[in-house]
Structures are given as C-alpha cells and as structure tokens.
Design a protein around this ligand. Sequence first.
Ligand code: ADP
Length: 259
Amino acid sequence: QVKSISVSDYGTGNIIGVLLVIHDVTKIKALENMRSEFVANVSHELKTPLTSIKGFAETLKYVEDKETRDKFLDIIYVESERLSRLINDILTLSELENKDYAINFQKVCLNECITEVYYIMERISLEKNIRLSIDSCEEQLYIYGDRDKFKQMIINLVDNAIKYTPQNGEVYLKLEKYNNNARIEVRDTGIGISKKHLPRLFERFYRVDKARSRSMGGTGLGLAIVKHIVLMFKGDIYVDSEVNKGTTFTIILPLFENK
Ligand code: ADP
C-alpha cells in the first residue's frame, strides 16, 4: 500500500516535495486470507454432518422397517459424535491461539504423563487388536508448561497411530533424554504417508485421504492442535514415514532445568 503526502513550505505554502509512505501489507493480507479460508473450511466441515443428521432425521418419520430405522439412528449418532469432536477441536485451537497459557503452567513430569496416556490409549488399541508398547526412561524428565495440553498432544499422536494402523499392527511410545531435551517418539507400523504430503500435514483440515479420515471419525484438526502445543512448549516436531511401512512422529522439548 502506497500513500503520498505533499509537503509544503511553512512560510510560502508552496509545495516543496512529496512524501511517499510505503506500508507492507503482504503479511496482514496473508493472515486475513488464512482466516477467511479457515472460516470457509469450518463452515463446510460443520455443514456436512449437520446435513446428514437433518436428512436422516426427516426421513426417519416415514420408515417403518425396524432394521432401516436402527441403521438411520446409528448414522445420526455417529454424525453427532463427529460434530461434537469437531466443535471441541475448533474450541481447543482458538483457545490455544488466544489464551494466556502461562496461567496453567507448572512443572510437568513427562514420565508420569506418558504412562497415563499409555493407560488411556491401551483400551482403544486392544479393541483394534493393536499392540501398544511404552518405553520410558529411568530418569525423571520435567518440562515447564500446561500438563493437560502435553497429554492431549501425545494422545492425538497415539490416537492417529492407532487409527491409521491396520489390525495386528504395533504402536510404540518412547520417552528419552536427548542432549538437554526430552525426546518423545510415537511410531507405528501403519499405512504410512507419501513424501509429497508431509510438508502440509500440520495444516488445519489437511488430510491425505479425506474419505479414510472421515470413515475413521477424524476432524482433520488433530495434527494442527499438536503443532500448536509443540510451539507453546517451544519445541519441535518431525515426521518420517514410508507408505505401507509406518510413520514416526518425533517431538523435542526443552527440559525444565530448575528441578
Ligand atoms: P484426522 O482427523 O484426519 O486424522 P489429523 O490432523 O490428525 O486429522 O491428521 C491429518 C492427516 O494426516 C490424516 O487425515 C492422515 O491422512 C494423516 N496421518 C496422521 N497421522 C498418521 C499416521 N500415524 N499414519 C498415517 N497417516 C497419518
């Protein structure tokens, strides 16, 4: 954006020059575009389950056959579950963007947290016949931050690992000290992700296979939330994957020195 202002001589009032003010709005515009794209995506994502809930609920009145009614009711239930997951994820993202998180910051023991995550996720992995194993280090590792958000970050990764790994596969959760950082690895023997998708994986609503993600009940926001939380902890996240072999997500977090 360029604005020109004429500069006049104080005594005579004659114009003696022109001042050009150049304002770089590229970043602001890009941010605005991102926001409106996000709003459009959110609306679309919310509308899809709503349309199907409305449609099936309306048709239900005219269906007499019990089997068909039960099928419709199942769809309505599954779609409302998706809707509520979606709303929760959207709220989490906006909370992560707006809230002053320092309020909930505390010294967090990672060994305790990942063991808790392991017990939460073990039941889900067993239902799918997937072996979930944990490898935690002897030394207690601490970070400074929000405990619940740390757990949510690991839950999202383990949940994906289970979702995108076929039956009889394996998922590993590992915690170790690496230089002066904590290193957390979530590895699976699942379907993998081809290299071309990796750069966009942490974008909101980005899915490698939309139909597969939907059928698994995904919202497309899990990894965007993970990335936000990693940044909140001033850490880094890496992904390495091979199609039909498996995927590894690695998180590096700075340790809390003052134990
Ligand atoms: P979703 O709700 O679709 O799972 P996420 O943001 O959690 O959304 O993940 C984005 C996409 O990344 C997924 O749709 C899936 O295609 C891919 N993905 C994430 N984790 C894995 C994994 N462990 N194995 C294979 N693909 C994965």
